[in-house]
Design a protein around this ligand. Structure first.
Ligand SMILES: Cc1cc2nc3c(=O)[nH]c(=O)nc-3n(C[C@H](O)[C@H](O)[C@H](O)COP(=O)(O)OP(=O)(O)OC[C@H]3O[C@@H](n4cnc5c(N)ncnc54)[C@H](O)[C@@H]3O)c2cc1C
Length: 570
């Protein structure tokens, strides 16, 4: 399917909206100049447009399959994966010590997004490896790092994350997989994990599973969980992939979308594993991987949104129906309602992309400076980037179907695939409900300090924008004040259920206001008619919808529980 990675859009947002220049000004990332990032984005775009996008349909039509215990991936995926690995894209932000490029996460985020837009199913494989690379860089022993990281960075081996079990989904603390210490310092891992993305495949010679499991006599819940590295094939002394470990693929899931990504039920039968990080600290260790993956999943949503938007726009410019209210060739793109849909898709996509890239910039600033304020900012923005990126992907893909009319409902058009593929991004890596609870729970534990700091920045900028774009500046300023009130309300609720009842609308409203701020910055930093028109559309038409969610956010829990679950049946 035809896809063009929006290189100039990434460049604009990185350089003129979210402040990549701060990152480049640090010693650690001083090599990532505008020229370098431009070359990186252009090169990655070529791979996406020419090599990966053509695989997107084959992944859907010819899903990965399990044959005699081995997973065979969709046609073209082996070569597609090899092209990603050989281009060095898996290790784009990994340490050069292990073969990585050592570039900012902000650039990796843009590249990941464009690969997702080209072929989401395939992109999930390197995303899993990237998360594992980061977790091992931070927490593994030197011996594990030396053995595994070069293979993962080069793409010779891939990584997975194994948390979920039938009784332990969102409630990871309920997991039962066990790890028995062996005399040689390894552990015997036994248990079943479900929904494991790229749990098996034929694109690389070894698969490294990061598995959450319990040591004997460990505490109940998340406090008794440890993390283990369990390779499919045990490494030889020289580092080559050797004998098979005691693990197998039980089955592959039949999914509504994302067919090219093999989602496996994995059985571990006393498989040999190595402890990563400290005993019983597995959740904290795994969170390094999960935070990376959460931002990555938000970007998956935005990447698919981009592809769905391009598809819908192309259709709208071709298809002629009825008389439009403006001069033109009669294509449906000139109907006001179709314009509304396309503008909504484009404006929301910009907002979600700017939020994700600003989160990545905060991550890079923390890495480069070790300033904990940047870490707090990245932590605050991560659930918003994940949930809003995936939510935007779902809404844009759905609107893309509507733009196609009846053809959107017909599989051959391809519009439906975007909606089917992207749906899971609101579910995995912690459902969007769990992300929202994280935002109003853990991320407001500071009494709303980080939230209010972001709102201060938004209002400061709006004040400065008043002379040039007074109506837009006022609307952004007002929305920030409304969000501040809602934040104060959230912080004042000591019963967490009151917060949780409005967590999802609060998160979406926060994203809406952040998006409006980024649109205002864009309209001012590169004055042009399209930028200002898009900002005007978003701030005056979309923003009131997002701010409207704040009523729901502050409505509390009692109205949800005033009737019983049984009454819902009536
Ligand atoms: C295609 C696919 C790929 C996946 N890949 C992986 C992978 O590679 N590795 C891995 O370990 N897992 C993976 N998963 C699992 C995924 O992370 C879980 O499905 C997800 O975390 C939700 O768990 P669950 O399915 O058990 O849903 P449940 O936990 O049963 O949730 C059902 C609903 O209840 C809500 N809910 C649950 N608990 C709470 C709560 N405390 N408060 C409020 N609401 C709550 C949820 O938000 C959701 O809406 C994958 C799943 C899919 C579908």
């Amino acid at each position: 399917m035809s896809f063009r990675a929006p290189v100039s859009e990434y460049q604009f947002i990185l350089n003129s909206v979210v402040g990549l220049d701060q990152v480049v000004a640090t010693e650690m990332f001083s090599d990532a100049t505008e020229d370098v990032s431009s070359a990186i984005l252009t090169e990655a775009a070529k791979l996406c447009d020419e090599v990966l996008a053509p695989l997107q349909r084959s992944g859907d039509l010819e899903p990965a399959r399990l044959e005699n215990g081995i997973v065979r991936t969709s046609p073209g995926f082996v070569d597609g994966y090899r092209a990603i690995a050989e281009g060095g894209w898996i290790g784009i932000s990994a340490s050069p010590e292990y073969g990585g490029m050592g570039l900012p996460v902000a650039l990796a985020t843009a590249v990941n997004e464009m690969i997702s837009g080209a072929c989401l199913s395939l992109q999930l494989a390197p995303l899993m490896s990237q998360g594992q690379i980061e977790a091992l860089e931070h927490h593994a022993s030197d011996a594990i790092k030396a053995l595994y990281l070069p293979k993962l960075v080069s793409g010779e081996w891939t990584g997975t994350m194994n948390l979920t079990e039938p009784q332990a989904g969102s409630d990871v603390g309920a997991l039962r997989t066990t790890a028995l210490p062996c005399e040689d310092g390894t552990y015997a891992i036994t248990g079943q994990k479900i929904y494991i993305s790229w749990g098996d495949h034929d694109v690389a010679e070894n698969i490294c599973h990061l598995v959450l499991a319990r040591l004997p006599d460990s505490a109940a819940g998340t406090k008794g969980i440890s993390l283990f590295l369990v390779p499919k094939r045990l490494p030889e002394a020289n580092g080559d992939a050797g004998a098979a470990n005691s693990l197998s693929v039980v089955s592959l899931e039949h999914k509504m979308g994302l067919h090219g990504s093999p989602t496996a039920v994995m059985q571990f039968d006393g498989a040999t594993g190595w402890l990563v990080g400290e005993p019983n600290k597995g959740m904290a260790t795994m969170f390094t991987m999960m935070n990376n993956a959460r931002l990555g999943v938000g970007c998956q949503g935005i990447g698919v949104a981009e592809a769905a938007f391009q598809h819908a726009l192309a259709h709208a410019m071709e298809r002629k129906q009825g008389r439009t209210g403006v001069p033109g060739d009669g294509a449906i793109v000139d109907h006001a309602d179709v314009r509304r849909m396309l503008m909504t898709m484009k404006a929301d996509m910009f907002a979600a992309r700017a939020i994700a890239l600003s989160c990545a910039v905060a991550t890079d600033m923390h890495t480069a400076t070790q300033d904990t304020d940047w870490a707090a900012r990245a932590a605050f923005l991560t659930p918003i980037a994940k949930a809003f990126g995936s939510y935007t992907g779902i809404c844009v893909a759905d609107t893309g179907i509507q733009v196609h009319g009846g053809m959107g409902f017909i599989e051959e058009t391809g519009a439906a695939q975007f909606a089917r593929d992207v749906r899971v991004t609101a579910i995995y890596e912690g459902t969007n409900g769990i992300q929202a609870m994280d935002l109003v729970g853990r991320k407001l534990m500071d009494g709303g300090e980080m939230a209010n700091r972001l709102l201060d920045e938004i209002e400061d900028f709006a004040e400065r924008a008043r002379t040039k774009l007074p109506d837009l500046a006022e609307a952004v300023w007002q929305s920030s004040e409304s969000l501040r009130e809602a934040t104060d309300w959230m912080v004042s609720q000591t019963d967490m259920n009151e917060r949780f009842a409005g967590a999802d609308p609060y998160l979406r409203a926060f994203a809406g206001v952040l998006g409006a701020h980024h649109h205002l910055v864009a309209a001012l930093s590169a004055p042009s008619k399209p930028r200002e028109t898009l900002a005007r559309f978003y701030i005056l038409r979309r923003l009131p919808e997002y701010v409207g969610l704040l009523v729901h956010a502050q409505a509390g829990a009692s109205g949800l529980f005033a009737i019983s679950a049984d009454d819902l049946k009536a």
